[in-house]
Design a protein around this ligand. Structure first.
Ligand SMILES: O=C(O)CCC(=O)C(=O)O
Ligand SMILES: [Fe+2]
Length: 220
């Protein structure tokens, strides 16, 4: 009987490219609220959320990092560009959550996926993230992204250029997106936030939180 029970929580996985999978509605509202609360707790410190500098420009999101602190010049344990404090560890529940997202995308367990960094970003209505590759990691393990709050337009492209071909995906509160393998180094970005689209009860009244889980491949 068990295999006849429909998945009431989310729609089916949507393949976006070879190695890239969109999981609409993967997180239940209570999970979204809880994650939004976690984000607020992380953003309070020891390293507060801040807007990193890239090539002299401030990013428009506010970022908080767990496990390793990301800067445009690499990962480090201490947030030397913020207050010099060591970042929080990636909690065990978050590792399990990341693993569950990879398993859902693959339709198979992912026991080897042990994310050691989470980059969480808050986007106000005006915030964006330009097209980029996630290439500061030395492991080719999947990237998992979770969305809470307002829907965004997430542009997921190809591995060669920032330009077309790309797909514009409306990532909504509760969606997960996993990219790995041939899609791991695809250019991607957030072209806009859609104000007023956060569903009631998601834990965020306005703006968008994304959490990306990764394996850095860095020692210890
Ligand atoms: O906000 C998102 O969904 C994407 C974030 C992202 O690309 C990143 O943190 O590298
Ligand atoms: Fe990224």
């Amino acid at each position: 009987m068990a295999d006849e029970i429909p998945d009431l929580l989310g729609a089916s996985p949507v393949p976006v490219a070879d190695g890239a999978t969109w999981l609409p509605g993967w997180l239940a509202p209570a999970q979204q609220r809880w994650l939004a609360d976690q984000f607020r707790a992380w953003a309070a410190g020891p390293v507060p959320a801040s807007s990193p500098l890239i090539h002299g420009n401030r990013m428009s999101t506010r970022m908080v990092c767990l496990g390793w602190h990301w800067t445009a010049t690499g990962y480090r344990r201490e947030a030397s560009d913020v207050n010099g404090q060591r970042v929080l560890a990636v909690p065990e529940w978050a590792q399990r959550l990341g693993r569950a997202a990879v398993a859902a995308a693959r339709g198979a367990p992912a026991p080897d996926y042990q994310p050691d960094v989470i980059l969480a970003n808050y986007y106000s209505a005006e915030a964006r993230m330009g097209m980029h590759q996630d290439k500061d990691e030395q492991a080719d393990a999947p990237v998992v992204s979770l969305s809470i709050g307002d829907t965004c337009t997430f542009r997921f492209g190809n591995t060669r250029t920032r330009a077309r071909p790309y797909a514009d995906i409306p990532l909504a509160s509760g969606d997960a997106f996993v990219f790995e393998g041939p899609a791991r180094l695809a250019y991607h970005g957030v072209t806009r936030i859609h104000p007023g689209t956060a569903p009631p009860g998601c834990g965020l009244d306005s703006g968008r939180i994304s959490m990306t889980f990764r394996m850095t491949g860095l020692p210890g």
